[in-house]
Design a protein around this ligand. Structure first.
Ligand SMILES: [Fe+2]
Length: 199
């Protein structure tokens, strides 16, 4: 979905039903967050691209080069596609596997230390945005806070995992309790997807 089809971007297909992530994320949250918020970004970008210099470009190319409304909507489509496609049905005690497990232990000491730092950066981001795990050009893992529609690809990083901290991501299920939402998300991370992004 990162390439336009006949000049238009489409919604990413979810690999689960709206109710499959409950109780971590309710069907209502998926219906609003995916079904309404993401759909609006897709509609807005498709409308803004008509006749613009970015028509026919990939989502990544647009995010790296655009600004204003085109950047905001393209960034939010890329961010949400990565967010929604990295989840699977809840599993208690869900932990990283494979190469990403080794890299987290190498660069953060342990999965628990990584979780603490990731949650603290997510909880501490003022306003709307995203907390990301990415790899730098040397393969070292880094955690960054990105405001609004920002994505780590604009800093030359390879994005691997993200938790959305816009209020629309958690207010239905967690109200104002952003730290509880962040803590719960670990149970639905599909580490196979994160490993595939690590390459
Ligand atoms: Fe969102």
């Amino acid at each position: 979905m990162t390439q336009p089809i006949n000049g238009k971007f489409e919604m990413p297909s979810l690999p689960y039903a709206a109710s499959d992530l409950a109780p971590v994320l309710s069907a209502e949250t998926i219906e609003f967050h995916y079904g309404k918020h993401l759909q609006t970004y897709v509609n807005n970008l498709n409308a803004a691209l008509l006749g613009s210099a970015f028509e026919g470009k990939s989502l990544e190319e647009i995010v790296k080069a655009a600004d204003g409304g085109v950047f905001n909507n393209a960034g939010q489509i890329l961010n949400h596609a990565m967010y929604f496609l990295q989840f699977t049905a809840p599993k208690e005690g869900n932990v990283p596997t494979g190469k990403i497990a080794d890299a987290i232990a190498r660069d953060f000491g342990s999965f628990e230390k990584f979780q603490e730092e990731f949650q603290a950066k997510g909880a501490g981001l003022f306003g709307s945005g995203w907390v990301w795990l990415s790899a730098d050009v040397s393969g070292k893992l880094v955690i960054t806070q990105e405001g609004n529609a920002q994505n780590p690809i604009t800093k030359g990083l390879t994005p691997l995992l993200t938790f959305d901290v816009w209020e629309h991501a958690y207010y239905i299920d967690y109200r104002n309790r952003r730290p509880d939402y962040l803590k719960s998300l670990w149970n639905i991370v599909n580490w196979d997807v994160v490993n595939a992004r690590l390459g």
